[in-house]
Write a protein of this length. Structure first.
Length: 94
């Protein structure tokens, strides 16, 4: 959740991460398919650095993306890991 009106959601089967705002009937795609995203399992908002972090079951990695939507590849921050959930402490440690 970015704020009390905006949520980031993974869509595992459709290979995408979307952002939803209260009252809208469709989400906006932030990252989708191909080499960019493969079976996203979890996502969280990085309030310390900005952007969001997602885990991918298909690539066995965890990546960080900015919210500017031009950053489709993201930054790989963990590899060779199967992560079905993510958590971050108040200091920004994953």
């Amino acid at each position: 959740m970015i704020d009390d009106q905006t949520f980031i959601v993974t869509d595992f089967e459709a290979h995408r991460i979307t952002i939803w705002t209260a009252g809208n009937t469709h989400g906006e795609v932030l990252v989708a398919g191909g080499n960019h995203l493969n079976k996203p399992a979890a996502v969280l908002v990085d309030r310390v650095r900005g952007g969001f972090i997602g885990s991918e079951e298909g690539h066995s990695i965890v990546r960080r993306w900015s919210l500017d939507q031009t950053d489709h590849n993201g930054e790989m921050i963990l590899s060779n890991v199967l992560s079905l959930g993510l958590a971050m402490d108040d200091e920004g440690c994953l």
